[in-house]
Design a protein around this ligand. Structure first.
Ligand code: FES
Length: 167
């Protein structure tokens, strides 16, 4: 089997699981939420073709599926990067320049907030208070906390997580 065939088989299997999840919840009130949760756990994110399948399967408008998927932060609309960056934009961090750091992250990674880098290494998110206001401005990468940040520290921090390019 080629890599493409394996990917195709996996995808078919994922859609079969999604169809079963839809079938399980069809006709229930509020079926959309549990189906989206199952879709997220099957695919790891909820891309557009999955949203379309859910809309058709549950017979609800695609706009409703999209609306719920974008409203709740537990749902990702695109594949998450290997490392998740959460820059706090809570009040304490904001007044200490968090926006400037977020802008620096965005330009260093060449990615908009809420999206993943093309190489799949990072997802950049803005978050609410991370509960470490004494360290403001605060950023998390995966489980690691970085406090009292300045934007000039960003390149060196990112370098620790970047995979060396294959030569
Ligand atoms: S406001 Fe950023 S950690 Fe509380």
């Amino acid at each position: 089997m080629t890599d493409t065939e394996i990917k195709q088989a996996t995808r078919e299997d994922q859609f079969a699981k999604l169809a079963a999840a839809i079938q399980n919840h069809k006709g229930e009130r509020g079926a959309l939420m549990p189906v989206l949760q199952e879709a997220q756990s099957i695919f790891g994110f909820v891309p557009q073709d999955v949203q379309v399948a859910i809309a058709k399967g549950l017979d609800v408008p695609l706009t409703e599926v999209y609306g719920v998927a974008t409203f709740y932060s537990q749902f990702a609309l695109e594949e998450r990067g290997e490392h998740i960056i959460g820059m706090c934009l809570g009040t304490a961090c904001y007044v200490r320049g968090a926006q400037k750091i977020l802008d620096r992250l965005s330009s260093e990674l060449d990615v908009k907030v809420g999206h993943s880098t093309k190489d799949g290494q990072f997802t950049l998110n803005a978050t609410r208070c991370l509960g470490a206001c004494g360290l403001a401005p605060v950023m998390m990468i995966d489980d690691e906390v970085y406090g009292r940040l300045t934007s000039d520290e960003i390149p060196a921090i990112l370098a620790k997580y970047r995979e060396p390019k294959a030569s």
